[in-house]
Ligand binder design. Structure first.
Ligand SMILES: [Zn+2]
Ligand SMILES: [Zn+2]
Length: 271
């Protein structure tokens, strides 16, 4: 089976624990064929240029790893842009200046740099935050300068820490609107398997949203572990592929130079 992991962070991200080389070594040990290293560009007000991320160091790391793993692993140049629709000028400058293969667009923060991961969900107005998050996703989708949206039902990840389950499908029309914009623009979503090893014990997004994406005509779908350590690389990828199959997909998407390619069902050994 052609296994690829399209979401992981090296120590080029402030929260990444291992080098690009170590992530790739782990991927090879697991028998993965392809990875995208998607380090964070996560600007906040006052640090719009986000000095913590140095694209030159990142590119050098990946190009070195490509030499070492030339015959064993395809290593794609990726990036995860945090709320790029709110920091558009800086985000566009970065992806125009550097030749990434794959760009993830994620909404981690609400306007005003409210980090979805720091909200006390036990005392929060869940409906307000869910609707506000979906409003941001719509703006992100309209911004359209990415390839896939990352972990589409992110509030689920953080609310689960408080034992609270959030299903964005309660706001079906908002979810549908976001997905339709993506599909119209030829853009995709990812199945982020990090939730399987966290409190929610489910991929992000869940099957209902992936299935709706498929039913509406969505074609671009990646799978990624969102590993922040080498020992998390590849975690849940098989389950992610099973979820894709359950939603009706017969392939997984990979990217070269920002262009999607579809690995067909024979290639993936899907039936
Ligand atoms: Zn993220
Ligand atoms: Zn990530």
């Amino acid at each position: 089976m052609y296994l690829c992991d399209y979401h992981m962070h090296s120590h080029n991200s402030t929260d990444g624990q291992n080098s690009v080389m170590e992530l790739c070594q782990r991927a090879v040990e697991l028998g993965l064929k392809e990875v995208a290293i998607t380090d964070h560009f996560e600007p906040v007000k006052g640090n719009e240029g986000y000095k913590q991320y140095n694209p030159k160091w990142y590119f050098i790391d990946v190009l070195k790893a490509r030499v070492v793993f030339k015959y064993t692993l395809k290593i794609k140049l990726g990036i995860e842009l945090g709320q790029p629709h709110l920091y558009s000028k800086y985000s566009i400058k970065l992806i125009e200046e550097y030749p990434y293969d794959y760009v993830l667009g994620s909404a981690h923060n609400l306007p005003g740099d409210v980090d979805l991961g720091t909200i006390d969900y036990s005392n929060a107005d869940i409906k307000y935050y869910s609707k506000e998050y979906l409003r941001q996703l719509k703006k992100l989708a309209q911004w359209n300068q990415f390839d896939c949206i990352g972990h589409l039902d992110l509030p689920k990840r953080y609310a689960a820490v408080y034992g609270i389950s959030i299903s964005l499908m309660e706001y079906y029309e908002d979810v549908e609107e976001v997905l339709k914009i993506l599909i119209r623009n030829g853009k995709g979503i990812e199945i982020n398997t990090s939730g399987l090893r966290q409190h929610s014990k489910a991929c992000l997004p869940s099957l209902d949203i992936v299935k709706l994406f498929k039913d509406l005509g969505g074609e671009v779908l990646t799978v990624g572990s969102d590993a922040h350590r080498a020992d998390e690389v590849g975690e849940g990828i098989q389950e992610g592929i099973e979820l894709a199959k359950a939603a009706g997909f017969k392939y997984i998407t990979v990217f070269n130079n920002r262009k999607p390619e579809w690995k067909d069902n024979q290639y993936l050994n899907l039936k």
